[in-house]
Design a protein around this ligand. Structure first.
Ligand SMILES: [Zn+2]
Ligand SMILES: [Zn+2]
Length: 185
């Protein structure tokens, strides 16, 4: 597949005032990057790219607005959420980037969100990919207070207590369960 021109910046074409691009990323691009836990909703995600040249470096601010859906990791119900993501990246000519990596190896944090570029063309795709990948939870929930499913009967506890839950709470049943256990041992 050909690279989306939204991702590409030619260093010799960056005006003094910088670049301000609006575009969109389709579900085909977003799908594999939010998956398999999340799925894109709707046709595309809104994207904005602002970039300015600092000598031969390119400072880039990107933002993504997208809607994704997921199965709650506790109750398995489908839920949606809006992603509003933004980050800043610094693109540095490949040779200098490698050199800087060696120099600051004791201080890796300083190299966060820096990327190498080759020749005259900066490719922003990795910055977008990282932004999406690092923003998504592994175990998304529909709500922090989601009660999940009963591990015994599988009922959704958000809709009310299940049968085995009420049995457990009832002290008479508790006592009987204790006797049963003794008889079995
Ligand atoms: Zn849930
Ligand atoms: Zn239950």
């Amino acid at each position: 597949m050909e690279k989306d021109p939204l991702f590409l910046v030619r260093m010799d074409e960056v005006p003094r005032s910088g670049i301000d691009r609006k575009g969109s990323l389709d579900a085909e691009w977003l799908g594999p990057r939010v998956g398999p836990i999340h799925r894109p909703v709707g046709k595309d995600a809104k994207v904005r790219v602002k970039a300015r040249a600092l000598g031969d470096k390119l400072e880039v601010d990107v933002s993504i607005n997208a809607v994704v859906e997921f199965d709650c990791s506790r109750c398995a119900e489908v839920d949606k959420k809006a992603l509003k993501l933004d980050t800043r990246g610094l693109f540095i000519p490949e040779g200098r980037h490698r050199h800087m990596l060696e120099e600051v190896s004791m201080d890796e944090d300083r190299m966060d969100n820096t990327f190498p570029y080759k020749g005259n063309v900066v490719d922003l795709e990795e910055l977008f990919t990282d932004l999406v990948a690092l923003s998504l939870e592994q175990f998304p929930v529909c709500s922090e207070s989601c009660k999940g499913l009963c591990p015994q009967c599988g009922e959704n506890l958000n809709t009310g207590p299940c049968q085995c839950r009420t049995e457990k709470i009832d002290p008479r049943w508790q006592a009987l369960a204790g006797i049963k256990e003794k008889l079995e041992n």
